[in-house]
Ligand binder design. Structure first.
Ligand SMILES: Nc1ncnc2c1ncn2[C@@H]1O[C@H](COP(=O)(O)OP(=O)(O)OP(=O)(O)O)[C@@H](O)[C@H]1O
Length: 808
């Protein structure tokens, strides 16, 4: 190997400007002996080519100031970095460490500890809250409903669901004097107060109602009738008879293709009455993490008149809960069918309670008794009957009710093949079918007989009719003839009560101008104000998160782990994530460049955030679509729901990001302040949550997490690291990369780790090689915020626009 002195003698060339650049140590050079650079030895070449720094190759060759030291201008001295400061390679001055950092003497990087302590303190506080919640709150809300409850004001039957209101038991329904109990009277008073008039029901008259989704496919045809205000109707028919379609058409959820619907005797759009109508879907769409009372109270707060005080709304809810026979489980979680806390019958009553909380004037129910045992089904039907007795027009699709329940129903609408088979009082149904030569055996439930007849299996109840005449088309024809004759008869002689009396009321009594005005006023004042709805939705979402504290801790833990893993990958770099070409005239002294480490941390950080946040982001809306559809259809403000939910994610997102940033910052110690690390990461979290929300709006619940993770990885890959952004620019595809938050995020990491070294390295070369700019981190952050916000706007639009029919 050649000696250094040989280089000095033969090859070292003077530096033509004779200066010691900032960040270099040139102890021997002066005007007489200018700084030189000498051809490096093979050993030095090897060190430089592997990004290292070798000692000066000659007496007058400058050396970049070593890490852990600083070399103040004009580079004649090299000073040990003092305690409380850190000195990366090429330091001119020591950099003061952030408060509460680990910066002993000769530090080349700072380990910022304040965020670590704050995070640990926060964690301890959160654990404390979780433990408190577990021991105090959970004890109250997670308890199973008690079997024995002290009997209070109500007459209690000895029933498996004790503490039920009398009309919710399987005692004969007719026996109850509903208006006598104080709860019912208070509820009635609430309903009256809400509507502001004595008439608390809506009536419906429908003429020749039909639904033909595609030409030639008649689902519903020629359905006519009148449902008086406060009447209790059951819609019955075989499977596929068109019951749900009828209900949807009558409510205006499905647009009818023929016929007309009059509300209170007036031709008006059903949409106008949305706030006055309650619809109980077949599935019990209730939030499992909330208690019975919380579920019902939320509905009441959103839908009751805005001039009611919260105390008044709570009173209404408590009265309603008492009437529903749910007082003893009011503070129990609802649970879900996989992990039930309350029984199926109780859950059904909660579902009905959500609608009654709004004091509706009409209540539609799609199979409220499905999935319930006979006793619970009877309870629910008893409840409906009592609700109708409050003046609320109640229309329910039911299947095979018990005899006493069947007989308690005021009116029946029987459907077959989408046509009417009977519409009128329940008491007259046997008379009607008797006239068609069917007999009702004494020992059979008349509801079963009616079901058999209308599904075309009624031959067993006839002696002389052929099978053909028992068929559904023949029953349809017979009802058509009867109904037509009846209409003529009723027009001729309204007072004649002899003979068969079904469908006596062809038109509901039109409401007066005063009543219409009361209804109009009632509609106008119903519903909480927009900001209040946002607040209630936010509050509810936070409560849900608190109840799902395990998944919250899991999310935060994943964030911390992801940060630690990425931090570990950069640990050995000791915070030096960039090495460039030295400024002229010391360019030839440069080691191999490292343009990749900073942007790779950006890439890996982006991917890790994508993995940690995307599945959590999908859950925000993905798990609750049914609830949203139900509430939107019931008139809850859709945007308030969305904003409340988005606001509720900010807390968990921030905490998750904090843990991620702390672990990453402590291990990778980049040349960025903790504030910059946190801000960049938080904005990227914000984008990923927004992106995942968009995915959740258009995918099925089970597919959402996988697609969101995939999408987040693609966004991360489009971060401009591989393929490099400089290459992408050559393809004229930068616009595509710039649409991804990944590119902006990586650029922040590049800028923050590179820009402070501007005095030492030629940054334009680094910028040209990587394709990233190094002077626009504020713009990068603003654009990340903008992209995250655009994602949220898209998600909100998708929420409102996708499956619109379910929101009607
Ligand atoms: N929009 C639509 N387009 C095409 N077919 C429809 C539409 N809506 C309903 N149908 C069809 O109309 C028939 C009646 O459906 P509907 O759900 O009203 O019956 P149902 O009496 O409620 O039955 P079930 O008791 O089984 O729920 C079914 O065959 C259904 O597939």
């Amino acid at each position: 190997m050649r000696s250094v002195s040989a280089f000095e003698e033969n090859y070292c060339a003077p530096n033509n400007t004779n200066v010691c650049l900032p960040g270099f140590y040139c102890p021997n050079s002066n005007a007489t002996n200018p700084a030189q650079y000498c051809p490096p030895t093979e050993e030095c070449l090897l060190i430089r080519s592997s990004k290292g720094t070798c000692g000066p190759q000659g007496t007058f060759e400058p050396k970049v100031c070593s890490p852990g030291f600083y070399c103040p201008s004009p580079g004649k001295t090299i000073i040990e970095c003092p305690k409380g400061f850190y000195c990366p390679q090429g330091s001119v001055q020591p950099i003061r460490c952030a408060p509460v950092s680990l910066c002993p003497t000769r530090s080349r990087r700072q380990v910022v500890m304040l965020p670590v302590y704050v995070t640990v303190a926060l964690d301890i506080m959160l654990i404390f809250i979780a433990v408190w919640f577990y021991f105090f709150s959970k004890r109250k809300i997670h308890k199973k409903p008690q079997k024995k409850v002290k009997k209070e004001t109500l007459r209690m039957p000895d029933h498996e669901e004790n503490n039920l209101h009398p009309f919710l038991t399987n005692e004969p329904i007719e026996a109850y004097e509903l208006t006598e109990t104080p709860e019912i009277q208070r509820l009635m008073q609430s309903f009256r107060e809400c509507i502001g008039a004595d008439n608390v029901g809506l009536s419906f008259t429908f003429e020749g109602l039909s639904f033909e989704p595609v030409p030639g496919k008649q689902i519903l045809s020629g359905i006519s009738g009148a449902m008086q205000s406060g009447s209790f109707w059951a819609v019955m028919g075989g499977s596929g008879a068109g019951k749900s379609t009828f209900l949807n058409v009558l409510m205006g959820k499905t647009k009818h293709t023929g016929g007309s619907v009059l509300v209170n005797g007036h031709h008006e759009k059903m949409k106008k009455y949305k706030k006055l109508i309650g619809y109980v879907p077949q599935d019990d769409i209730v939030l499992p993490e909330l208690t019975v009372r919380e579920n019902i109270l939320h509905s009441a707060r959103i839908r009751l008149p805005r001039n009611w005080t919260d105390a008044r709304k709570q009173e209404h809810v408590d009265t309603l809960i008492a009437c529903l026979g749910l007082s003893h489980v009011a503070d129990s979680l609802v649970g879900d069918p996989r992990k039930p806390v309350i029984s199926g019958g109780q859950r059904k009553r909660v579902s009905i309670g959500l609608e009654l909380a709004a004091a509706p004037m009409a209540l539609f129910l799609d199979e409220p008794t499905s999935g319930l045992d006979a006793t619970s089904a009877a309870s629910v039907m008893g409840l409906l009957r009592s609700i109708s007795s409050l003046g609320v027009t109640t229309i329910a699709i039911i299947h095979q009710p018990r005899q006493e329940v069947f007989e308690s129903i005021d009116n029946l609408l029987l459907l077959g093949n989408g046509r009417e088979l009977y519409a009128g009082p329940t008491k007259d149904v046997s008379g009607y079918f008797n006239k068609l030569s069917f007999t009702f055996p004494r020992n059979r439930n008349p509801a079963d007989v009616v079901m058999d007849i209308m599904t075309g299996n009624g031959q067993q109840y006839t002696k002389d009719l052929s099978w053909r005449e028992n068929s559904v088309p023949s029953l349809i024809d017979k009802w058509q003839t009867t109904a037509a004759k009846q209409e003529v008869d009723s027009e001729k002689d309204m007072g004649d009560k002899s003979g068969f009396q079904a469908r006596t009321e062809v038109h509901a009594v039109p409401s007066s101008a005063t009543q219409q005005e009361a209804i109009r006023r009632s509609i106008k004042k119903r519903g909480a104000s927009y900001p209040l709805q946002v607040w209630f939705c936010f509050q509810r979402a936070m409560l849900q998160q608190l109840r799902n504290i395990n998944s919250f801790f899991f999310e935060v833990g994943v964030g911390a782990l992801a940060g630690a893993v990425i931090g570990m990958s950069a640990f050995s770099a000791h915070g030096q994530l960039f090495r460039g070409i030295y400024q002229f005239p010391f360019t030839a002294l440069s080691s191999a460049v490292d343009y990749q480490s900073a942007i790779q941390i950006g890439l890996l950080g982006g991917l890790a955030i994508g993995l940690a946040a995307s599945a959590a982001g999908v859950k925000v809306f993905g798990d609750e679509k049914l609830t949203y559809w139900r509430e939107a259809a019931a008139g809850h403000n859709r945007y308030a729901y969305y904003i409340g939910k988005v606001l509720s994610t900010l807390v968990r997102m921030t905490l998750s990001c904090l843990h991620f940033s702390v672990c990453l910052g402590v291990l990778a110690t980049p040349m960025m302040s903790f504030g910059s690390i946190f801000a960049a990461n938080l904005l990227y979290f914000y984008c990923i949550y927004g992106f995942s929300s968009c995915i959740s709006m258009v995918t099925k619940r089970e597919d959402g997490p996988l697609l969101a993770v995939m999408g987040s990885l693609i966004i991360g890959i489009l971060g401009g690291v591989a393929p490099p952004l400089s290459k992408v620019k050559l393809w004229h595809m930068e616009w595509l990369w710039r649409m991804s938050p990944g590119t902006w995020f990586t650029e922040i990491w590049f800028t923050k780790n590179v820009a402070p070294l501007k005095y030492l390295y030629i940054l334009d070369l680094a910028s040209a090689a990587t394709g990233f700019k190094f002077h626009q981190s504020t713009l990068d952050m603003c654009i990340l915020f903008l992209i995250g916000t655009i994602y949220r706007l898209i998600a909100c639009a998708l929420l409102v626009l996708v499956k619109r029919h379910k929101q009607r």
